[in-house]
Write a protein that binds this ligand. Sequence first.
Ligand SMILES: O=c1ccn([C@@H]2O[C@H](COP(=O)(O)O)[C@@H](O)[C@H]2O)c(=O)[nH]1
Length: 271
Amino acid sequence: MTRQQLFEQIKEKESFLCVGLDTDIKKIPKHLLDAEDPIFEFNKKIIDATKEYAVAYKPNTAFYEAHGAKGWESLQKTLEYIPKDIFTIADAKRADIGNTSSMYARAFFENMDFDSVTVAPYMGSDSVKPFLEFDRKWVILLAATSNPGGLDFQDVIVSSDGEKLYERVIRKSAEWGNANNIMYVVGATRPEALIGIRRLVPEHFLLIPGVGAQGGDLKAVCKYGMNKHCGLLVNSSRGIIYSDSTEKFAEAAGKEAHKIQVEMAEILQRL
Ligand SMILES: O=c1ccn([C@@H]2O[C@H](COP(=O)(O)O)[C@@H](O)[C@H]2O)c(=O)[nH]1
């Protein structure tokens, strides 16, 4: 998917909501467990109930990989079920030496046809560049993550002018691609980081996880992170998909997604 197509989705739906499909077999309603593929059944209903409000879906691959070959199958079926005009993110946090990264890229972009994959930057340019060789595909690079331990390394000062490691990651990696093929992950739990990040990459999309279950604040994220085209995809996983554990789970997820979309529409109108 191109940047322009993503802008159009955001405008049309008045939303920059990404629904996280972190589907945990232990948390899905019991009545689905009799289905042949309970994870896919759950995802189908969540997608049906939220697709009007979402511009992106982000399955975290860990929840599928944990089930081996059957889990990969559930992931593939889920990907195929997502409407084609909605942006898809394989949250896999990959990267390795160059030839291995090429294989990861093929797995998510050729074999599975995701629009994007999350990539860990720690191994540097040759580990990231193979992901950038695919037309209309995106790398979403981890920058300032939402978890408390993110501060352990990402905030270490790496130069005499006070540059932090996550800022170095963004500044350097922005030279490997551009705003049409690189996004950055910034946690909603640290909106203050967005001020400096926007100075480094004013035009790039930012993927923001951490609203909902992790307590991040949507308004603060928008205040510091939005650019004139929006430039944000804000993810909520557990806060939406597990808002109810009864047979009405999908309806509840739809309501939760709608509530966030209404808030987003108000913010977008002020742009
Ligand atoms: O910094 C990061 C990077 C990735 N994630 C992922 O996003 C979702 C968040 O789930 P919630 O249930 O909405 O908390 C999950 O897949 C994480 O692995 C993140 O949270 N923070």
